[in-house]
Write a protein that binds this ligand. Structure first.
Ligand code: SAH
Length: 272
């Protein structure tokens, strides 16, 4: 790749929520930005890391389709040529359902140097919020990060790993439930749903493949992760039972257990 000009673009994973989930490296490089192109789902509090930079919101409606993506690619190239350091701030990790490929390719074609700084992806944040380890010794040996959404907007669930984590399915949980059965998941397989993972108002609820639709109302309008299979199983520890209100020995089912300090969701952000 031919690299020319003074500009550079640093892709930084902001993490799934609250500003303090960005990495130390990410925050240090963010502080060097002249311009920051940021998505929805990134915490406005991150602006304190680069107060002198020009902050450009490219996460609004209109940037979501392919025309919007072309516009973002063009902005990245333009700013990189005009100013020194451009930060492309993305929710979670840039390489997970983040359109990183298109943006890297556009910059490579323009001969602009890039760097990618990883971030905490929503699947990992959901596991932390719900205290459900994604891998389990013996039973959960593989994890798949999947989107249930196809390019045409249809839903298509899969069963490719012991634990399947679905992004972008929050609006269609009833359809996902049916698709999971069609993908050979047992109707009583555990499903853990976490919305706004990593935020103080994160919410978690437990279901099965059959009862997943019940989660729709609880998590409505919030970015949501659906974890199916081994990694969704509850630990049955006394501490978890206590926090959910269930008695020890009782299975955790469809129990809405807010996680974090604030139990009432203060703000809701729509799922992109
Ligand atoms: N690059 C991001 C994913 C972008 S796709 C990452 O690595 O996390 C957007 C989807 O991610 C949302 O529809 C939702 O399914 C999920 N998501 C993002 N932030 C989330 C959060 N804080 N809690 C739960 N799900 C989240």
């Amino acid at each position: 790749m031919k690299v020319s000009g003074k500009g550079r673009v640093i892709f930084i994973g902001a993490g799934p929520g609250a500003a303090d989930l960005i990495t130390l490296r990410g925050s240090r490089l963010l502080a060097q930005a002249d311009v920051v192109l940021f998505d929805a789902l990134t915490d406005p509090a991150l602006q304190a890391f680069a107060p002198k930079a020009q902050w450009v919101n490219v996460g609004k409606r209109g940037y979501c389709d392919s025309t919007g993506q072309t516009a973002i690619n063009a902005l990245l190239v333009k700013y990189a040529r005009e100013v020194g350091t451009v930060v492309r701030l993305k929710g979670g990790d840039p390489s997970v359902f983040g359109r990183l490929e298109e943006e890297l390719e556009a910059l490579a074609q323009a001969g602009i140097a890039c760097e990618v700084v990883p971030g905490v992806t929503a699947a990992i944040a959901a596991a932390a919020s719900s205290q459900r380890p994604l891998t389990r010794r013996g039973t959960g040996r593989s994890v798949s990060l999947a989107t249930a959404m196809t390019r045409t907007g249809d839903l298509n669930a899969t069963r490719t790993a012991d634990t399947e984590v679905f992004y972008m399915a929050g609006k269609q949980l009833a359809a996902l439930s049916r698709q999971l059965v069609a993908a050979t998941w047992p109707a009583d397989a555990p499903v853990s749903v976490v919305s706004r993972a990593g935020w103080p108002d994160a919410m978690h609820s437990d279901h099965t493949v059959r009862t997943l639709a019940e989660a729709s109302v609880l998590h409505a309008g919030r970015p949501t992760i659906v974890t199916v299979g081994a990694g969704a199983r509850s630990l049955s520890s006394p501490l978890q039972m206590a926090s959910s209100g269930a008695s020890p020995g009782e299975p955790l089912k469809s129990v809405a257990s807010p996680v974090g300090d604030v139990h009432t969701p203060a703000t809701s952000k729509p799922e992109p």
